[in-house]
Design a protein around this ligand. Structure first.
Ligand code: 6GU
Length: 240
């Protein structure tokens, strides 16, 4: 997969050299390039923003600079992603869909955002998705780009060493939060690991994990319980 990230703060994307994503890059599984938007400016001050038409606080990113950059980076296969708090929710389902793409281009806005004509223009020419991480405001799209790249890259074949670790996690196919996990020592700070996990009884362990996942999801994310297809609940689930 190829990913291009465009930002006026390319240094913000430095963590993408670390850990799993960094390894995916050096091993050739991921061709990730970070670009400085100001490289596409032509004026002496390398201007990327201006005051909003209609008035109001803050500055808006100019469409002409973004247009030059995106014309260079977008090809017929590319999917343009624009992180913005007014975008559609970015979820594990979004990450799964994006992991099947061959080329993503992430346009990181700052200030009050990017002139709306940029998304409109490229939507008429190819695929464009404006994405939001959640209901809060960040200073720019860079942190969201880190999130999107990491969530997508770990789904690419070969990036996560043991693909089984992708199976039973929160927001996976079960639609539940993950069950709590424990390791050694069996007693820590006076707290014991739940006895069933030491029992070696695989069916009881599976049942306990399902029950705790359901309980925790009901308390923390009742919206996810509401969204569960009733036919995916078994008799024991319904007794909880
Ligand atoms: Cl994608 N961008 C910004 N600037 N703020 C956000 C966001 C994105 N998602 C949640 N808040």
């Amino acid at each position: 997969m190829r990913i291009d990230v465009v930002s006026i703060f390319p240094e913000y994307l430095a963590p993408l050299e670390l850990s799993l994503v960094g390894k995916a890059r050096t091993s050739g599984l991921l061709d990730l390039r970070v670009h400085d938007l100001r490289d596409w400016t032509t004026d002496r001050h390398r201007t990327v923003d201006d005051t909003p038409f209609g008035g109001g606080a803050g500055m808006v990113m100019r469409p002409d600079v973004w247009g030059t950059a995106l014309d260079d980076l977008l090809d017929d296969d590319a999917h343009l992603l624009v992180p913005t708090p007014s975008g559609e929710p970015f979820t594990q389902r979004t990450a799964e869909a994006l992991a099947g793409e061959s080329h993503l281009v992430l346009a990181c806005g700052r200030y009050e955002g990017i002139d709306a004509r940029v998304a409109e223009h490229y939507r008429a020419r190819g695929r464009v998705t404006e994405l939001s991480l959640g209901d809060y405001v960040l200073n720019g799209g860079e942190v969201a780009a880190l999130v999107v790249v990491e969530a997508v890259a770990r789904l690419l074949p070969g990036v996560v060493g043991n693909p089984e670790s992708l199976v039973e996690e929160s927001h996976g196919a079960a639609g539940l939060l993950e069950y709590p996990v424990y390791t050694k020592p069996p007693v820590w700070a006076g707290l014991e690991v739940p006895e069933v996990l030491l029992s070696g009884h695989h069916a009881r362990i599976a049942r306990w994990r399902r029950d705790t996942a359901l309980e925790r999801t009901a308390v923390r994310r009742p919206d996810l319980i509401e969204a569960l297809p009733v036919d995916e609940l078994d008799k024991h689930d319904l007794s909880l």
